[in-house]
Every structure is written in structure tokens, then in C-alpha cells.
Design a protein around this ligand. Sequence first.
Ligand SMILES: Nc1nc2c(ncn2[C@@H]2O[C@H](COP(=O)(O)OP(=O)(O)OP(=O)(O)O)[C@@H](O)[C@H]2O)c(=O)[nH]1
Ligand SMILES: [Mg+2]
Length: 204
Amino acid sequence: MRSGVIVAGGHSTRFGESDKATAELAGTPMLRRVADRLRPVVDELVVNCREDQRASIRDALAGYPLPVRYALDEEEDRGPVAGIRNGLADVEGEYAAVVACDMPFVQSGVISMLFDRAEGHDGAVPRLDDGWFQTTQAVYRADAMRAACERALAQGDPRIVAPLEDIEHVVVGSEEIEAVGSTESFENINTREEFERAAKQFES
Ligand SMILES: Nc1nc2c(ncn2[C@@H]2O[C@H](COP(=O)(O)OP(=O)(O)OP(=O)(O)O)[C@@H](O)[C@H]2O)c(=O)[nH]1
Ligand SMILES: [Mg+2]
């Protein structure tokens, strides 16, 4: 079984008043777009968020055709590493695709390829030409990555790449991404301006 984890526990401060996770992007909540892109390639979905987000995220996922569970943050503002840990703690699959709620362009084909590449390893993590690891659009062996996140948090290391130093993962470059899709899959939305631009892309 393959699991999907959507990390959504941030406060969207660059976005403004509302929660970007459930903001309507060209008529569909952004998190729902991510969930819909995951649907063909996973068997279950775990959403990591805060308690106060749960009702609106549940509405956004109404009628979703796969089992959905909510992995709530006990402590807020511990960052994306805590979100990944909390989401992975609740999955049933050996491997899980972790995707941030603000990556509405995520491509099913990219996720499927990452699952294949992760097989036999602790994960498959994209690293694009800018040199950054895309830790919030990656596939992990759930137990190994959860434990690595735990250790990084216990050591007080908030870097998103800290847990990677502790797992045996495959690095997936842009050529491999482009063989099955495109690097547009990794675009993420932080501001209203980026959100409006993305809405136009979905409408066109
Ligand atoms: N559980 C949890 N997830 C987080 C936290 N901070 C960020 N995230 C998630 O990590 C992903 C990328 O984070 P950001 O783009 O910084 O999102 P954000 O923190 O909500 O937005 P900003 O306040 O503008 O930084 C998003 O899916 C967030 O929901 C956190 O403290 N806890
Ligand atoms: Mg943030």
C-alpha cells in the first residue's frame, strides 16, 4: 500500500488573513487540488494540520474517493519537519509521498516515479538545478523518515534537510523529473500574487 501525506499545518503568514490550504484556487481549494493529483497514485491520504483547520479541510475534501485521516499537530509552529513527522506517524503504507498543501501543480507521474525510485531505499528526494532538496514533494519510507525527523527535532535542528542526512535516500535530478513530467510540479504558492498567477494557469 502506498500512502499520501499532505502537510498543511503552517500559518500562511505570507499569504495573509486566510489559510492558503483551503483558499479557492480557480474554484477548488488548493489542498483539494493536491489531493486530487495524489489520488491516482496512492491508496490512502493523511492530512497533517492543526485542530482549528480540520473542519474546513474536511469540507474541502468532501467526497474524496480514498480513506482520509487527520494527523493533528499537538504543538503548533514546530515547522515543516514536525509536520512531516506527524503525518508519517499515521500512515499505513511502508512508503508515503509527502506533499505540501501549497504545491497545486504536483504531477501524479512525478509522484509515481518517486515511489518507484524509493523502492529498497529510505526515500527518493528530488533535487532540482537550483540545488535545493524538495523535501515537501518526496517519497519516504515512513518509519525511517519519521524517526529521522524525530531525531532532528530532538537535536533542535530545524533545517528541512536535516533529516535527510540521516536516511539512505536516492536523489532525483531534473532530468529524471523531465522524463516523466516537468519541474512545474514543484512550484509552490506563498503570496497572494503567486496564488492569482496560478489561478490564471488553471483557468487557461
Ligand atoms: N505542521 C506544520 N506544517 C508546517 C509548519 N510550517 C509550515 N508548514 C507546512 O510546510 C509547507 C511549506 O511551508 P510554508 O510555505 O512556509 O507555509 P507556511 O508556513 O504556512 O507559510 P508562511 O507563514 O508564509 O511561511 C506547507 O505545507 C505548510 O503548511 C508548521 O509549523 N507545522
Ligand atoms: Mg513557513
